[in-house]
Design a protein around this ligand. Sequence first.
Ligand SMILES: N[C@@H](CCC(=O)N[C@@H](CS)C(=O)NCC(=O)O)C(=O)O
Length: 315
Amino acid sequence: MANAQSIILHQFERSPFSEKIRLALRMKNLAWSAVEIPSIMPKPDLIPLTGGYRRTPVMQIGADIYCDTQLMLPELERRFQLPALDLPGHEGLAKMVGAWVDTKWFQTSVGVIFGEVGDKMPKEFIEDRTKMSGRPFDVDAMKAAAPILRDQWRTQLMWIEERLDGGRHAGTGDWLVGTKPGLIDVHAFMNPWFVEKNVPDFLERCFEDAPLTRSWYGRLKDFRGQAPEEISGQDAIDVAHSAAPRLKPASTAHDLRDFEPGERVAIAPDDYAKDWVEGDLVIANAERVIIARQDDRADNLHVHFPRVGYVLRRV
Ligand SMILES: N[C@@H](CCC(=O)N[C@@H](CS)C(=O)NCC(=O)O)C(=O)O
């Protein structure tokens, strides 16, 4: 049964951002617990943990809640060092690649996929995504744009091919950087996986011009890892309730906007699902913001957010 040390991933099977973390867990061969969450609101057993953040996935270890995959990967690297994914050559660059695959390439994938399967999506899903993004989830517009987005999607896949080809010519290995797979490979895997799940013929067609990427992708899929222990949302809340947030000295040293520890703040994504999470500031540095909050069901929590793509304000 999951305990205060367990890695708990609140996720759903078809979620590409969840798959990014699942791949890292498989590559690191870590034991983990999975809470299957709904892909649309409401998420009654997730919101008590995050305080309002609703995106997928959310990672929990005890009473520490990690929002956004940007933070989950470094946290896993820090806590579970071997086998390392932040290998020489990946440092810093992995985050830059992550920023591209999570935004530009992901948005291209969304257009390609929903241009194809949008008609089959339930009305509730379309309504949820319209509300979440603040603009119509317009399947007809996506359909019209799909041919252009398919071109753009393939071009981005060809960047992977170009890198693999460069490595092959230099004799430095079969992965994006060097002779072992690492964080950059994890990031680059997400969009091909998302497309394969939804429009496999299109991925296959792109692979015809990208044979190195095809075999690289296959090798990443070969990681077996460990099957998760399935637990309920209530189980996860119970884990949080009986744990305490990891002790960290409160600090806002070098903060550019003079936030002070203990200040009442709110934080939200700046792109979509802009739900504010309110709490008391514990840490604000260049990497992350940690806020302390209290929940009736989960008790004391520390909720962690990255800086890029998020807005922090005083309440
Ligand atoms: N920047 C976030 C993006 C996460 C994201 O957009 N996830 C999608 C699903 S894969 C989502 O939240 N969709 C709405 C939902 O699941 O409620 C991250 O890296 O974790």
